[in-house]
Design a binder for this molecule. Sequence first.
Ligand SMILES: *[C@@H]1O[C@H](CO)[C@@H](O)[C@H](O)[C@H]1NC(C)=O
Ligand SMILES: *[C@@H]1O[C@H](CO)[C@@H](O)[C@H](O)[C@H]1NC(C)=O
Ligand SMILES: *[C@@H]1O[C@H](CO)[C@@H](O)[C@H](O)[C@H]1NC(C)=O
Ligand SMILES: *[C@@H]1O[C@H](CO)[C@@H](O)[C@H](O)[C@H]1NC(C)=O
Ligand SMILES: *[C@@H]1O[C@H](CO)[C@@H](O)[C@H](O)[C@H]1NC(C)=O
Ligand SMILES: *[C@@H]1O[C@H](CO)[C@@H](O)[C@H](O)[C@H]1NC(C)=O
Length: 444
Amino acid sequence: MIPSSSSPSPSPSPSSSTSSSLSLSLSSHRAYIPLSVVTALICTCALMVLLFTEKVTSLSSFSIFRLISCANRDALPKYRIGSGEYRPEIDDDRFEFDPEECNDTARGKWVFNASLRPLYSARSCAYLEKQVTCKRNGRPDSDYLHWEWQADDCYLPKFKPEVALKKLRGKRLMFVGDSIQRGQWMSFVCMVQSIIPKDQKFLSRSPSRSHLIFRAKEYNTTIEFYWAPFLVESNTDQHIISDPNKRILRIDSISKHAKIWKGVDLLVFNSYIWWMSGPLINSLWGSFANGEEGYEGLDRMTAYRLALKTWANWIDSAIDPNRTRLFFTTLSPTHIKSEDWGNKNGIKCYNETKPAMKVTRSWVDRMPDVVSSIVKKMRVPVTFINITQLSEYRVDGHVSVYGESRGKVLTEEQRADPLRYADCIHWCLPGVPDTWNRILYAYL
Ligand SMILES: *[C@@H]1O[C@H](CO)[C@@H](O)[C@H](O)[C@H]1NC(C)=O
Ligand SMILES: *[C@@H]1O[C@H](CO)[C@@H](O)[C@H](O)[C@H]1NC(C)=O
Ligand SMILES: *[C@@H]1O[C@H](CO)[C@@H](O)[C@H](O)[C@H]1NC(C)=O
Ligand SMILES: *[C@@H]1O[C@H](CO)[C@@H](O)[C@H](O)[C@H]1NC(C)=O
Ligand SMILES: *[C@@H]1O[C@H](CO)[C@@H](O)[C@H](O)[C@H]1NC(C)=O
Ligand SMILES: *[C@@H]1O[C@H](CO)[C@@H](O)[C@H](O)[C@H]1NC(C)=O
């Protein structure tokens, strides 16, 4: 049996999972045809079509018009980070999101816009945990709240709470994974809850606190989080074991968690950071009922591949793709080594107030490739919410010293010791995960 406990805190302690070797695979920017040329041509054509047609909506039958909007070359903002051409914000339902055509929301740039407002704050959303409420915990700067992600090849629609709730009417949406995924869940709940009256929304927790359920009564919708940091079973699922060497996984067993996922309409998974605690993963052959004897240390990548295969097999055998849609949030980058983004004197992500122009990883690991190669072979389609590259720029978006330690907001003394206490894994909310949900929203 899995040891159960009365009060687990489902959250990896930053220090236990921050190996200095944290790293990720980043493909360099692909060669890029100057968009300005294409854009100029298209703008001309669009104008001509507009002149000769009264029904503007007919434009939407030309897919290309949905992809690229005319760039206003005179309005280049001063601050932007990333690749590609600047486009002014458009907020027009004609520019529909078509996942077939807009399949690379991962390429784009962050544009600074001081008048941009997050959809919620720690004051207006009661569902935020203090691990992520940076502003309330004392973070002095605010620029990190005003960056907007613009995809290069398409228009990413603005998150509209009413539309999101209508699309989720009568449905269950569940985020499954680790504490970073819990951040994405909180962000989603906070973005929609503002339009729901007080007596129409409820948060409930399972006794073990591993299953959190936000209910929007009028819409008959639930937005849920299920804690399964490795996706497969482990002895640290309930009671967090801080010593990675004592953690034991059953990489061939998932049903204990997966039975909770049955019947959910939209499932959003992630699993990454917990695999990064060391080179070996203890893997038990057999069940915990027979004790914790007989495990072997498997190379991390092998264990990850086997665990994801277990996950994929369950999906392919238990999920009806006509009923359930599947998403996988890609790796959320950590920012531990400030030389990676050219800040030689920095301490992790401490004191960062602007996105980095460029982040270079000292070594590259193949974990994201493992996920893609497995997903490609699955019967049930899985959509990636590709957050890796866009989050990579956001060295300013982490909790840093405005988080918590052992359930308490950091004290002044702790804050003065960022080397030890800065959390450069989790993200402030409101913040970067709101953009991840903007991508998820586009696919709804
Ligand atoms: C900045 O954000 C505001 C509010 O969302 C929007 O109205 C405006 O068009 C944006 N400005 C630019 C330059 O994108
Ligand atoms: C995205 O679409 C383009 C053109 O339709 C295609 O060439 C490309 O392979 C697609 N990329 C992915 C990741 O599906
Ligand atoms: C995510 O986006 C990056 C950058 O565009 C790309 O290199 C990577 O292959 C994508 N990952 C997946 C799983 O689609
Ligand atoms: C609410 O949604 C569930 C599925 O999540 C469905 O089984 C049930 O019939 C719905 N109830 C109403 C009153 O629409
Ligand atoms: C899904 O729906 C399609 C078309 O309605 C049908 O042909 C297919 O058999 C269904 N698949 C499953 C697994 O039920
Ligand atoms: C962090 O920023 C503050 C305020 O800008 C500055 O006083 C302090 O020296 C900085 N600390 C480090 C370690 O860069």
